[in-house]
Design a protein around this ligand. Structure first.
Ligand code: TLP
Length: 351
C-alpha cells in the first residue's frame, strides 16, 4: 500500500465521470461537431467569465497555444523565474513559440508589479519587443502559493498600460479561488487568457481548458491543429471534464485542510525546514538540507516505507494532497517521515 503524494495529477476519474464518458454523445471535434466537447467549452468559458474556451489535451499544450496566439516569433515573454512554463514545459516557449524569456523572480512565485516594472524596457533598436506577461496561480514551485485578486489586477493593468497581453497559467486556478474566496471569473477578469487543468485536483483523466476572447480562441484553435492537438471524438474525455467542473471544485477544500495538517506535522521535525506561510493550497514543500542527504535518497527511503513524494533537487521535497488521501493517511505519512528522519539520524551517529 502506497500513500501517493507525488502529484494531484495522479487522481483517478470518479464513478460519475466514468458513467458520463460511457454515455457521452460524440462527433468530430476537429470540425467543431462533438456535442460533448462543445458543451464543456461553453461551460468552461462561463466559469471563468470569458467569451470562449478550447479543450486541449494538456496544460502544457494550453500554455503553449496561449504563447503562440498572443505573440509572434522573436518577441519576448515575461515569465516568473520558477514558473512551470519556464521550468517544466520542455522549453516550448522558445523551441515552438520562438520567444525569448525574460525572467522575473517573484516571492515564492508571486510576482510584484515593481519586479515586472523593472523588467519592462523602453523600445530600442537592440531589444526584442515584449508582448506577453504570464502569471502562475497557484504557483507550483512556489509551493502552491496564491496571487491575490488585487495583485492580479495590478499586474494586468501594468502589462496592459505597456501594450502587453496577460496569460494566466491557472493549472490549479480552482485551488487559488478557494483560498482567496473569490469567484473564478473575477480573479481572471483582467487577464487576456487563462489555462486551467481538469486533470489535477478536479480528477478528470485527461484535459485542460484555454479560455479568452472569441477571436483569441479561434486563433488558438488553429494553433492547436498546428501542433497536432486536434482530437476527433474527444467528447469521451470532455464528458469527464464536465463532471470535474460541476462536481469537483468545492471538495478541494479537503485537500487544502489535509495539506495544512501535513505541513504542521512535518514542521515539528527539527531537521526539516518548512515555511508554513507558503502552505496555502494543496502543495507542501520542505527542505531537508540539515539531514545531509539528497532529496532523491530521501524520496527513495520514503517510498520503501509506503509514502511517495516528488523531489525538488538538491534538497527539496514536494508533497501534493488530493482526493485519494484522507486525514488518516496524512497522519500516517507524518509518522513515516518522522521515522525515516530518525533512522537517518541514527545511521549517522553509528557511522
Ligand atoms: N504540473 C505537474 C508536472 O508537470 C510537474 C505537477 O505534477 O505539478 N502549469 C502548472 C502550474 C502545472 O503544475 C502543470 C503540471 C502544468 C501547467 C502542465 O499541465 P499538464 O501536466 O497537463 O501538461
Amino acid at each position: 500500500m502506497v500513500f501517493d503524494f507525488f502529484s494531484d495529477t495522479q487522481t483517478m476519474p470518479t464513478n460519475n465521470m466514468l458513467e458520463a464518458m460511457y454515455n457521452a454523445k460524440l462527433g468530430d471535434d476537429v470540425s467543431h461537431a462533438d456535442p460533448t466537447v462543445n458543451k464543456l467549452e461553453k461551460l468552461a468559458a462561463e466559469k471563468v467569465g470569458k467569451e470562449a474556451a478550447l479543450f486541449v489535451p494538456s496544460g502544457t499544450m494550453g500554455n503553449l497555444l496561449a504563447l503562440m496566439t498572443h505573440t509572434r516569433p522573436g518577441e519576448e515573454v515575461i515569465l516568473e523565474a520558477e514558473s512551470h512554463i519556464y521550468y517544466y514545459e520542455v522549453g516550448g516557449f522558445s523551441r515552438i513559440a520562438g520567444l525569448a524569456p525574460r525572467l522575473v523572480p517573484g516571492e515564492n512565485g508571486v510576482l510584484s508589479p515593481d519586479g515586472v516594472k523593472k523588467a519592462l524596457r523602453e523600445s530600442d533598436l537592440h531589444y526584442p519587443d515584449t508582448s506577453l506577461l504570464c502569471i502562475e496561480n497557484s504557483h507550483n514551485r512556489g509551493g502552491g502559493t496564491v496571487t491575490s485578486l488585487e495583485r492580479t489586477e495590478k499586474l494586468c493593468d501594468l502589462a496592459h498600460e505597456q501594450g502587453l497581453k496577460v496569460h494566466i497559467d491557472g493549472a490549479r486556478i480552482f485551488n487559488a479561488v478557494l483560498y482567496l474566496g473569490v469567484d473564478p471569473d473575477k480573479l481572471v477578469a483582467r487577464a487576456d487568457s487563462v489555462m486551467f487543468c481538469l486533470s489535477k485536483g478536479l480528477s478528470a483523466p485527461v484535459g485542460s481548458i484555454l479560455a479568452g476572447t472569441g477571436e483569441f480562441v479561434a486563433k488558438a484553435r488553429k494553433n492547436r491543429k498546428l501542433v497536432g492537438g486536434g482530437m476527433r471524438q474527444a467528447g469521451v474525455l470532455a464528458a469527464a471534464g464536465i463532471i470535474a467542473l460541476e462536481e469537483m471544485a468545492d471538495r478541494l477544500q479537503e485537500d487544502h485542510d489535509n495539506a495544512r495538517l501535513l505541513a504542521r506535522g512535518i514542521s515539528s521535525v527539527n531537521e526539516i525546514n518548512i515555511n508554513l506561510k507558503t502552505v496555502q493550497t494543496n502543495i507542501v514543500q520542505f527542505d531537508i538540507t540539515p539531514l545531509g542527504i539528497s532529496s532523491q535518497k530521501f524520496a527513495e527511503k520514503l517510498i520503501k516505507n509506503g509514502v511517495r513524494v516528488s523531489t525538488r533537487p538538491p534538497a527539496g521535497i514536494r508533497m501534493v494532497t488530493n482526493r485519494h488521501i484522507s486525514e488518516k493517511e496524512v497522519e500516517k505519512a507524518v509518522k513515516t517521515i518522522k521515522q525515516v528522519v530518525e533512522e537517518i539520524e541514527e545511521s549517522e551517529v553509528s557511522s
